[in-house]
Design a protein around this ligand. Sequence first.
Ligand code: MOS
Length: 779
Amino acid sequence: MSSEFKIIGTSPVRPDALPKAAGTARYVADLDLPGAWIAGVLRSPVPAGRLKGIHKNPAFDWSRVCLITAADLPGPNVVAMVRDDYEILVQEKITYTGQALALLAAPDEALLAEALAALTPEIEPTTPALCIEDALAGVSRVWGEDNVMDEYRVACGDIDQGFAEAELILEQTYRTGLHEQLYLENQGMVARPRGEGLEVFGSLQCPYYLHKALAKALHLADKDLSVRQIVTGGAFGGKEDYPSVLAVWVGLLARATGQTVRLFYDREVDLLNTPKRHPSKTVYKMGLKKDGRITAVDVDLFLDGGANTTMTKVVLARACLHVTGGYKIPNARVRARSLATNSPPNGAFRGFGAPQALYAVERHLDLAAETLGLSPYAIRLKNALQPGDAFPFGQALGDNACASLVLHDAAERSDYERKRREYTGQKGRVRKGIGLSLCMHGGGFTGAGEDNMGTTVEVEYLPDGRLEVLSSSTDMGQGADTVLPMIAAEALGLPLDRVLRPLPDTARVPNSGPTVASRTTMFVGKVLHDACLNLIAKLADFLAASRGPARPEFAHGAFHLEGGAVASLDEAAEAFLARNGPIKGRAVFRPDPNLAWDEANYRGTAYKDYSWLAQAVEVEVDLDTYEIRPLRAWISTEVGRAVNPVQVTGQMEGGVLQSYGTAYLEDLTLRPDGRYSASRLSEYMIPTSLDAPEFELKVFEVPSPYGAFGAKGIGELSMDGGAPAVAAAVQNACGAFACEAPLTGERLFTLLEQLQSEPVHEITPPTSERARRDGEAAK
Ligand code: MOS
């Protein structure tokens, strides 16, 4: 705990804790919406095809409902996102199962169901590309000439020289699957006509994303639009892009009917239609000295983007920049591509490309350690980035190079080395194993994103003495409504209970950017701090003008005037209010000219700072049932500043447990008909509290100059390294080396069957993968 602060470093009870626990919090589906019409979507039953028409049954009375097809749109057929390639409704080409063909609204559910049943899409199906391999092979042309949506490359050193120096060259392919965010509250959105314009509210992360999409699709002026967040029950990235789609749909229907229109997904509709984590395939080739030192890395990474860009371009960027992990790679070549497939678009999920990338590098280091007869801990320590070292994209680290710090701590506290030796070569039905992983997460947007965002925050001192924080950042359960007021209270020396944070409404709050990328505490918090300093400066000017002559200094929550007189913030603000009326402080993000990112060459400061996490996890593997059970996890993390230690603990334990779900439990695929394999919670298992290991957490703080009070982004960090750590623990328990997550019982069974004939240390460069990759390169 940091004693130089009054509020930072303490853990006040979150304002949303009691209402959420008691069930009194009102989510969008709890709101009273008298007379609201209900929206429905006619969806494609096939993943690829041509829409020839939509047949309307003439026996149905169409005057009782509202029907909108692509031909009826008032503006461009696009939901504005990263790239304008997301159609509101299919014009002609169908690119995934569940894609919207037409919209309906009706005054009640029964009539809506009748209307939907009276519509028959006429579709000419075509062959779909359902996975990365299909897309590469050109089974179907989903995007451009070759289905490659985006590509990034990073290189450093001399790759040929690096491999020439190597004493071992190891190549392996790693895969990760689809994952669902599984926020507790399903997606939901409401649009209500308001004068010339529209009011839209619902469960969402990024109010201004919706605002932009609505303005474009509905041809509405900014002043005629208001987008409000309602209490949001979890998001994890799943409410980053998709709420814009829902907003445009209900917005169109509300404009067309003149009614309030709502669209609330149930779990089945939500699971089947909302974005998932991008499946990945990473071909990792590494050259090493016998002592474990890495001489070269050559990586080919692929993400399955699904049919549209949505967030894929930026997810790919993060994957590309995290794929060499927290290690010093003197000679590197990284090629990262996203491929378009006939899958529903994949989108944002806590970690945003980093978990996929880190799975590959962390697993590959375990393979290298096994092959060289080294400890996975030793090989990591040997290559861990030290102060002065740089990532392959040229960004050098200083005392924020905390890889060794967290690695060492996790290994020590867990007694990793001793346990790993003890567990190696066990006999018996139920075996134990311990695994280790290291990860880091770049805080905020990639590259120049934060510099270009124009993040703006305001604070207003209200006549009743309370302070309002005005920001478009949302609390989706991660704690922004606690942490942002803490930052303001600390900066102004106010008691926390006098700081308010209203739910964001684009008609009232400035654009602080989207609530994504672990950027809120770090960057929005920093701008908020600046907005508070701006308020102080205004009051100091006011005091100087009225009491003169010198400008007072602000310290310990009060203004110190000449001659030893003191004026509290409240006295100053009240005097200002009495004389001049309302007072606001305002700040805009200030880019640091010393941190430059070269987008053309993909080099430079990729992220303003990094947070770090190493974990050791001990698991139990049942060789009769192939069940994996995490027993205990030692998490060592460096977070810059733990603004609220209890919330840091929550982020860490929650995120790590969520990552364990992706390690061995959460199995989702696309069926041949382009539909997800799970449509209910009995088919998509996530870890519950009963599956949680005992957590042992240690938090280190190396304050960052770029974050509020030194804080770095931590929301996603905890999700990044769990899957390879669990895989490593299973390897330690029973010798099975997994190259694919999740390591389900079926996969573990298959690996163990293979082990019967070939011991694990012989699973070295698989030549078939090499051949397959060469084949791809030739295409
Ligand atoms: Mo997002 S995964 O909320 O950056």
